[in-house]
Design a protein around this ligand. Structure first.
Ligand code: ATP
Length: 639
């Protein structure tokens, strides 16, 4: 609210216009120069026009026969025509140049915002205060473009008015205050309305968002089934109508307030105009002003008043855009304050293990820690499983291992083969990310081609199509993609040209292919088989074990305990703590242990007892590969 004060806004306006102009200059200096020259030129032609009007009137009000006076006025009339033509040409040039400049300015500001926001620490994005600032900045990215357009418009009008003022002052000093007196009430009305509109938007922003999301849900393909079967459509529509009615109430309030402001501003402007014409009358009748100058003053006041109306509209818009653009600038500054540092010690090469030491982490705003004194060791050449009940902290631990979250307490060590180690806070986080591949539970489903969906596993490397094909083959999805009408160029979302619909399991395989394509030393996979059929599931786990054999450190989060039987080491989490760890056999030997209980419960679903559900005995179709004890391959060593 402090930011909405007039003083603050008056100070912010030149700064923001300056920022937009600087951005424009960096994007396209020729176009910006063109716009400025065209605007200045229009101001000059407007001034020449007024001078010509004055000359014409002077000739016409002189003594003598009308035909002679017209002949004398002809050169000035010609100047008037020429200024009109030049002004039109300059206006066209300005339109063309600002049309060229505006999208470039929008792109520059939008890219700056998105680059800043995508570099923010994940933990900072979990803080509601930071999240709101970053989110609010989204609405101002096109404001830069609008501000440029409006600044150019305001600049043009102001130059025209300054030109008129200069001419008027040269005719009689008293004519300038008259112009200002007419301008002030309208300017006040404009700023007041814009301010009210912005505050209303700020208060109703969640409401607007909720309305938009209600409507969006109605047309979402993934919700189509439930909308029809569960009769959700009518309920959502009723909600939409109710919320829209509340919004309409606010619109009515705004319109009434705006009308009242317009009336007051218009009233004052009318009184001011009346006063102006009164002074003019008095000057003319007292003989202080020639009739021709009076005529010129009337023309100047009339054109300036109509300019003023457009100025009021544009200042109104400028003020509102300024508020949104300030949000974007705030978001960029906040993002920079919370940016992931990209300097620090390099990781040991090659990395042999990642070790957490008494790591605790509490999400911002949460009362209880998601992780509490967790110590685990992740080794290259081994599969490490994380198991536990829902909400026990497995996903949070993978985010800590990936360097996405920093522990509140405790250390995360990245260790080399000769005892050298770097703590994650001291490490170059770029190095940490480069050493990690993730397949999250809710991995992104990019609305892009199948090839891009895989290749985005390594956005930091040039695309290698052969490697894309290999990763997809290893994930068991290459055949499906190659049989699509557009093959690798198919877009993995229906609704686009070349768009296709993939099943949940096919998507999961595509996500796996992406993680494989990354080919990082440490691979963190969270429920990688939730959507897979039994055979695909076994193949996927088989793939993970081969990766470990090739020297990767594989961290597997899963509720499928048939798979963890063969993990090299299993950590069992409960309420953010490691309560048990060891191999499957060791954990099964712990009578009454959490792992044993969970395993027994799953085995019972197949009518098996834990004793019968061990490898090589009676669990059907679960011939998962056994533990490997290899070290990183030569290929991995080289990295
Ligand atoms: N972004 C978040 N903000 C606040 N709390 C969170 C957040 N993410 C997770 N939590 C909380 O942290 C705890 C651990 O969550 P986490 O997702 O790590 O569990 P999990 O073991 O992976 O669960 P699941 O098996 O259901 O995937 C839970 O209590 C959860 O509610």
């Amino acid at each position: 609210m402090a930011r909405l004060g007039f003083g603050h806004m008056a100070a912010a306006l030149p700064r923001m216009v300056g920022m937009v102009l600087r951005t424009g200059w960096q994007a396209d200096p020729r176009a910006l120069t063109g716009v400025i020259v065209a605007q200045l030129g229009q101001g000059v032609t407007a001034a020449w026009g007024l001078v010509a009007v004055n000359r014409v009137l002077t000739e016409l009000f002189a003594d003598g026969p009308t035909a002679g006076k017209l002949r004398e006025a002809l050169p000035s009339l010609l100047v008037l025509v020429v200024t009109g033509v030049v002004s039109a040409l300059l206006a066209a040039w300005s339109t063309a140049m600002s049309g060229r400049l505006e999208p470039q300015v929008e792109r520059a500001v939008s890219a700056r915002y998105h680059a800043a926001v995508s570099e923010v620490e994940v933990e900072a994005t979990e803080q509601p205060g930071v999240q709101r600032i970053l989110e609010a900045g989204r609405f101002g990215t096109d404001s830069a473009r609008n501000m440029l357009r409006l600044s150019v418009g305001v600049g043009g009008v102001v130059i025209g008015m300054v030109a008129a003022a200069v001419v008027l002052v040269s005719l009689h000093w008293a004519l300038l205050p008259m112009l200002l007196v007419v301008a002030v009430p309208k300017g006040w009305g404009a700023v007041r309305s814009a301010r009210r509109e912005y505050i209303s938007r700020l208060h109703w922003i969640d409401h607007r968002r909720a309305i938009a999301s209600l409507l969006m849900n109605l047309t979402q393909r993934h919700a189509a089934g439930e909308i029809r079967v569960h009769a959700v459509g009518s309920r959502l529509l009723a909600g939409y109508e109710e919320m829209s009615r509340q919004m309409e109430g606010e619109q009515r309030r705004l319109a009434r307030a705006q009308a009242a402001t317009d009336l007051v501003a218009g009233g004052f402007a009318g009184v001011a105009s009346l006063g102006c014409y009164g002074v003019l009358w008095w000057l003319l009748s007292a003989g202080g002003l020639p009739l021709a100058v009076g005529g010129t003053a009337v023309v100047a006041i009339q054109t300036s008043t109509s300019r003023l109306s457009s100025l009021v509209q544009q200042v109104n818009g400028l003020y509102e855009e300024l508020l949104f653009l300030t949000d974007t600038e705030d978001a960029i500054e906040t993002a920079a304050r919370h940016a992931i540092p990209r300097t620090g010690a390099p990781l040991p090469a090659p990395v042999r293990a990642v070790r957490t030491e008494n790591v605790s982490f509490t999400y911002p705003g949460a009362d209880v820690p998601a992780l509490d004194g967790v110590s685990v060791e992740i080794r290259r050449g081994a599969v490490t499983a994380l198991v536990g009940m829902n909400g026990s902290g497995k996903t949070t631990l993978t985010k800590i291992l990936a360097g996405l979250l920093l522990p509140g307490e405790g250390k995360v060590w990245w260790e080399g083969g000769r005892g050298e180690r770097v703590e994650v806070r001291e490490a170059d986080r770029g190095d940490v990310f480069a050493a990690v591949g993730v397949l999250a539970q809710d991995f992104p489903r990019w609305q892009m081609t199948a090839a891009t969906n895989v290749a985005l596993g390594a956005g930091d490397r040039p695309r290698d199509l052969d490697a894309v094909h290999r990763a997809a083959a290893d994930a068991g999805i290459a055949d499906v993609i190659e049989k699509l009408p557009h093959g690798w160029d198919s877009i993995a979302t229906k609704g686009y040209e070349r768009g296709v619909e993939l099943s949940g399991g096919q998507w999961q395989k595509l996500g796996t292919a992406r993680a494989l394509y990354r080919d990082a030393p440490v691979l963190l996979v969270d429920e990688p088989t939730a959507a897979l059929d039994p055979h695909a599931e076994i193949a996927a786990f088989d793939g993970l074990w081969s990766l470990a054999q090739d020297g990767h450190a594989v961290v597997l989060v899963t509720h499928r305990l048939a798979a963890t039987m063969n993990a090299d080491h299993i950590y069992v989490l409960d309420q953010g703590r490691v309560v048990e760890h060891g191999t499957h056999q060791q954990l099964m030997a712990a009578e009454g242990g959490l792992y044993q209980g969970m395993f027994a419960a799953q085995a019972a679903q197949y009518g098996l007892t834990p004793d019968t559900a061990i490898p090589g005995t009676t669990l059907p179709d679960t011939e998962l590969p056994g533990p490997r004890t290899t070290s990183p391959s030569d290929h991995e060593e080289a990295r």
